[in-house]
Design a binder for this molecule. Structure first.
Ligand code: FES
Ligand SMILES: [Fe+2]
Length: 398
């Protein structure tokens, strides 16, 4: 029975696949091609501008998909640069791990020194080298650009697009939305599943009826939309986003009611006042809006609500393992009571997130066994269908 509202769809939904041969996609050969044609050519999120807050700040980020270590530094000119974390002498890591702030970066093997802008300043016992030109031996840069407060890199030798071109019309639609929030939680997990399965678990919402029945049973949909049809779906060249329908009749648990009294309503009850939202968030201004789900292809999913957002990054390790990193942000708390209130939602969010991972390893086992020739996708899974179309498009490009 179709008792729900019809999704307003923007973009080209015609021709999206309804069947995907996923079993053939979780193989080593297929993944090797995806790594070169998708991950090497895409813009990939690695860190935030607030990870390097002042001149000389650095942050090490390991990219497991390419087995490479990156060193992000804010220079004395305030520009943020990304380098391979590799000493030009004999390849020691300049910084082993973590974040901090330094005037100079000295390698702990033989003492070569690099500036925060990546220039080679000091070569130990320089006259013992027969043919050295320090101006040619700075840290090796990685192509990087910034969108809002997110730092992206591109591993292609000559990137085919700028980050602005990659993001398309999203680029200017979020205003200061992300900067309004501060980080409240960050954790990661390695799952024994292919990266597609992990991404897909966060980009459709009707599984909340079943998978989240014990945590967030009635927070979406409600009377007139029992099956939780999305009020709006937008499909772009590479990315997509949709709004999730909040349930105005959601029954608050006692702890949740208390949290809502001392702080802003986050999840699973929602603040339906949309004053001040930028155009990209709930872009069709659905009245009973819960939050948006946005996939920046290939490996970033953002959940964006009123006063909070989550960023989930997915890094494939191989065809059957994925590192999932979840970072939660919320409005800036001014009082201890608001911090405590946010903690309720932080715990609730973690419970729901863990449930979202629940099916992934068994799905991987089944698909890798070859038991199914293909999986079957409905209109509720429009975002997945779009994801697989973009995947096929990128794989088809030589
Ligand atoms: S490897 Fe860095 S100074 Fe020798
Ligand atoms: Fe979920």
């Amino acid at each position: 029975m179709d008792d729900g509202l019809q999704s307003r769809i923007r973009g080209d939904a015609a021709g999206l696949p309804t069947r995907v041969a996923l079993g053939a996609m979780v193989t080593p050969a297929h993944y090797a091609l995806e790594r070169e044609r998708i991950f090497r050519r895409a813009w990939l999120p690695i860190a935030h501008t607030h990870d390097v807050p002042q001149r000389g700040s650095y942050h090490v980020y390991e990219v497991p998909t390419f087995k490479t270590s990156l060193l992000i530094i804010r220079g004395n000119d305030d520009r943020i640069r990304v380098f391979h974390n590799a000493c030009r002498h004999r390849g020691n890591k300049i910084v082993r791990a973590g974040s901090g702030c330094k005037a100079n970066f000295m390698c702990n093997f033989h003492g070569w020194v690099f500036s925060p802008e990546g220039d080679l300043r000091v070569v130990t016992d320089e006259h013992q080298f027969e043919d050295i030109d320090k101006s040619q031996l700075g840290l090796v840069p990685v192509t990087s650009e910034i969108w809002e407060n997110l730092i992206f890199v591109n591993f292609d030798e000559t990137p085919r697009t700028t980050l602005a071109e990659w993001l398309g019309e999203w680029h200017g639609q979020y205003g200061d939305y992300f900067q309004r929030h501060e980080k409240v939680v960050s954790y990661q997990v390695v799952l024994n599943c292919n990266w597609h399965l992990a991404v897909n678990s966060f980009t459709e919402g009707y599984h909340t009826l079943y998978l989240h029945k014990d945590t967030a049973r009635d927070y979406q949909g409600g009377a007139g939309n029992r099956e939780r049809h999305r009020p709006s779906i937008e499909l772009f060249e590479r990315h997509h986003r949709y709004s999730a329908p909040g349930n105005p009749d959601h029954l608050e648990a006692p702890g949740e009611a208390l949290a809502g009294r001392y702080g802003k309503k986050l999840l699973p009850s929602f603040d339906f006042d949309m004053t001040g939202l930028p155009p990209g968030v709930n872009s069709m201004r659905y009245g009973k809006w819960a939050f948006d789900v946005a996939e920046i292809f290939p490996n970033l999913v953002m959940l964006m609500g009123n006063h909070w957002h989550n960023e989930i990054r997915f890094w494939p390790l191989d065809e059957g393992r994925t590192l999932v990193l979840n970072q939660g942000y919320a409005y800036r708390a001014r009082k201890p009571s608001e911090r405590i209130s946010r903690a309720y939602y932080r715990m609730r969010n973690r419970d729901i997130f863990r449930e979202d991972l629940n099916t992934l390893e068994v799905q991987q086992e089944v698909l890798a066994s070859g038991a199914l020739k293909e999986v079957v996708l409905s209109r509720q899974e429009m975002a997945l269908r779009h994801h697989y179309k973009v995947t096929a498009d990128m794989l088809a490009q030589a």
